[in-house]
Design a protein around this ligand. Structure first.
Ligand code: SF4
Length: 225
C-alpha cells in the first residue's frame, strides 16, 4: 500500500488563515530549495497511507475546520484526488501549500472544487530560480499563478527571503512582476531563520527592514516572522 504521507500535525491555528486545522505532510519534492526547512520530508519516504490519514480525519470531524496539505510537494501525489474527495465529504475546508510546479494538477483540483485556499510559493524570478530551487520549473510556477489569478479560489503568494539569494532590488523586481501579471492583494514575506538545519549550505541571512517599504497600491507586503 502506498504511504505518501510523512507525518501529521494534529492541530494548528497558524497554517490555515481563519481556520482550526491539521496538516498532512507529503513526502518528496521536485525542488531542492537551498533554504528548505524540511529536508527530512523532502528526502525521506512517506510512512502513512491515505487510509490511515482518513482514519485520523474522521476522528477530527466536528473538531477541526480545515485540512492543510503540505510537504514536500503534495501535488506530486495522484492519491490526493481520492483523499480530497473524501475530505470534502467529511466537510473540511482544504488548503494546499504548493511550489506551483504542477499547474495541471492545480487546475484539476480547482475544477473539481477540491481546494478552498492555496498558498503559492514565489521562489524567485527566472534568472535566480535555479540558484534558489535547483530546478527549472519557473514557467510552471508562472502558469500556476496565472491559473489562480483567473480563478475564484482564495490564494496567497509568499516568498522566503535569505539575504544572499533575494536582496531589496530582487524583491522590488518580484513585486513589479506580480503587478505585471495583475496580482492584487497581500504578498507574504518570510525571513529565513538562521540556525535551523536546511537542505543547502547557507550562511547567515541579514534581515532587511526596508522590504516592507516595497508595498504598492496593488500589492501589500506583509512580513511573517
Ligand atoms: S522549500 Fe523547496 S524543497 Fe522544500 S518543500 Fe518547499 S519547494 Fe520543496
Amino acid at each position: 500500500m502506498p504511504t505518501p504521507i510523512y507525518n501529521i500535525t494534529p492541530f494548528t491555528l497558524l497554517d490555515y488563515p481563519g481556520r482550526t486545522a491539521c496538516i498532512l505532510w507529503f513526502a518528496g519534492c521536485n525542488m531542492r530549495c537551498v533554504y528548505c526547512y524540511n529536508p527530512d520530508i523532502v528526502l525521506g519516504k512517506g510512512r502513512l497511507s491515505i487510509a490511515e490519514a482518513l482514519t485520523f480525519l474522521r476522528s477530527r470531524q466536528g473538531l477541526l475546520q480545515g485540512v492543510v496539505l503540505s510537504g514536500g510537494e503534495c501535488t506530486l501525489h495522484p492519491t490526493i484526488f481520492p483523499l480530497l474527495e473524501t475530505v470534502k465529504e467529511y466537510g473540511f475546508d482544504v488548503k494546499i501549500d504548493t511550489n506551483g510546479s504542477r499547474p495541471r494538477v492545480l487546475e484539476e483540483l480547482m475544477t473539481r472544487q477540491l481546494v478552498d485556499y492555496v498558498a503559492l510559493d514565489f521562489k524567485a524570478l527566472e534568472h535566480r530560480f535555479h540558484a534558489v530551487t535547483k530546478s527549472g520549473l519557473f514557467s510552471e510556477f508562472v502558469e500556476s499563478l496565472s491559473l489562480l489569478n483567473r480563478s475564484d479560489v482564495s490564494f496567497e503568494v509568499r516568498t522566503t527571503v535569505h539575504s544572499d539569494l533575494i536582496g531589496l532590488a530582487d524583491l522590488q523586481e518580484m513585486v513589479k512582476f506580480l503587478q505585471h501579471v495583475d496580482y492584487r492583494g497581500r504578498y507574504y514575506i518570510q525571513h529565513y531563520v538562521n540556525g535551523v538545519p536546511v537542505l543547502g549550505g547557507l550562511g547567515r541571512s541579514e534581515k532587511n527592514e526596508r522590504l516592507s517599504t516595497l508595498s504598492t497600491d496593488q500589492i501589500q507586503i506583509v512580513i511573517r516572522e
